[in-house]
Design a binder for this molecule. Structure first.
Ligand code: HSE
Length: 309
């Protein structure tokens, strides 16, 4: 039997004002997907072996991504997909996107299809709809490309990798809140229209955030990584966030945002950050709410890859 295996890292999407556009990959967690060709068959048949992930192929981001790749190539057959994931599920660290991304890289390698990077992002995004209901490419773009990315267009898919010119690393603060259907629900909270003044404010902050990363300018990043549209609309789901953000910025975090659709918080840190004070302050806030939590340290990660045996 032929098998291909691929891995993809966790990611944080949005980065404050960059809803559905900005993302970065970090090594807070890793997903590994194996796709095995079982036999020829007159249609696409997918079997899932997933631990605690959905095993219905239409509800699983990896199998939906594989199905889309196979259908686009007119390939039928019976395949087994095995998922081993250590990215915390449903907490905004891109676990579903990483599964979709690794699955696309694995099936591309197994069948020697030769998809381009942006085609891989596109198929992974289609897989991601199993989790979020609507396609968004920010997590999968980060998972496929690695590093910091901007999604320039989704039709046709076009992603711009951006270089970060400073040694930043990350704390991810993970409140252990299980909210079934969280990404779908939190996307319904986002307003469908904004005023011109909100639009101007958002452009200003997105520009600051991007320039902060690419110029290695921590002051610009601190000022830019703020959002009053999407994060504010979702705040009812994460009432602890403003206090934790205040503590992190007071202790010289280089930027703080909700990671993707939350509830995790991404804190960008560098040599000027008082990490210990952030850990104890954030811990005290979460303890006072009675929510269990964990905090992971991570670094910028590379894109989805085929691991050596
Ligand atoms: N941009 C997406 C959202 C990311 O905020 O809904 C979900 O991980």
């Amino acid at each position: 039997m032929r098998t291909a295996t691929a891995s993809a890292y966790s990611s944080s999407a949005n980065l404050g004002p960059g809803f559905d556009t900005m993302g970065l990959a970090h090594d807070a967690g890793l997903t590994k997907i194996s796709v095995e060709f079982i036999e020829r068959s007159p249609k696409v048949e997918l079997e899932l072996n997933c631990g605690n992930l959905p095993t219905n192929p239409s509800e699983n981001t990896a199998s939906l991504a594989v199905k889309n790749v196979l259908e686009s190539q007119g390939i039928n057959g019976s395949f087994r997909i095995c998922i081993s994931n250590d990215i915390p599920l449903g907490l905004g660290l891109g676990s579903s996107g990483a599964s979709a991304a690794a699955a696309v890289v694995a099936i591309d390698s197994l069948l020697d299809i030769g998809l381009s990077m942006d085609e891989k992002v596109n198929f992974a995004m289609l897989g991601e709809t199993a989790s979020s209901g609507t396609p968004h490419a920010d997590n999968v773009a980060a998972a496929i490309y690695g590093g910091l990315v901007m999604v320039e267009s989704t039709n046709p898919m076009k992603v711009r990798p951006l270089k970060i010119n400073r040694k930043f690393s990350f704390l991810t603060i993970l409140p252990h809140m299980s909210i079934p259907g969280k990404t779908r629900i939190s996307r319904t909270l986002v307003p469908s229209e904004v005023s011109m003044s909100q639009h101007i404010w958002a452009i200003r902050h997105t520009s600051l955030m991007v320039s902060g990363f690419i110029n290695g300018d921590r002051d610009a990043l601190r000022a830019g990584m703020n959002d009053h549209i999407v994060e504010t609309s979702r705040m009812q789901m994460f009432p602890f966030y403003p206090e934790i953000k205040k503590i992190a910025l007071k202790n010289e975090a280089a930027g703080v945002c909700i990671s993707g659709a939350g509830p995790s918080i991404l804190v960008v840190i560098d040599g000027e950050t008082d990490v210990e004070s952030i850990l104890s302050g954030a811990g005290a806030v979460l303890k006072s709410t009675g929510i269990a939590f964990s905090i992971l340290n991570s670094n910028l990660a590379g894109g989805a890859y085929i691991p050596e045996n």
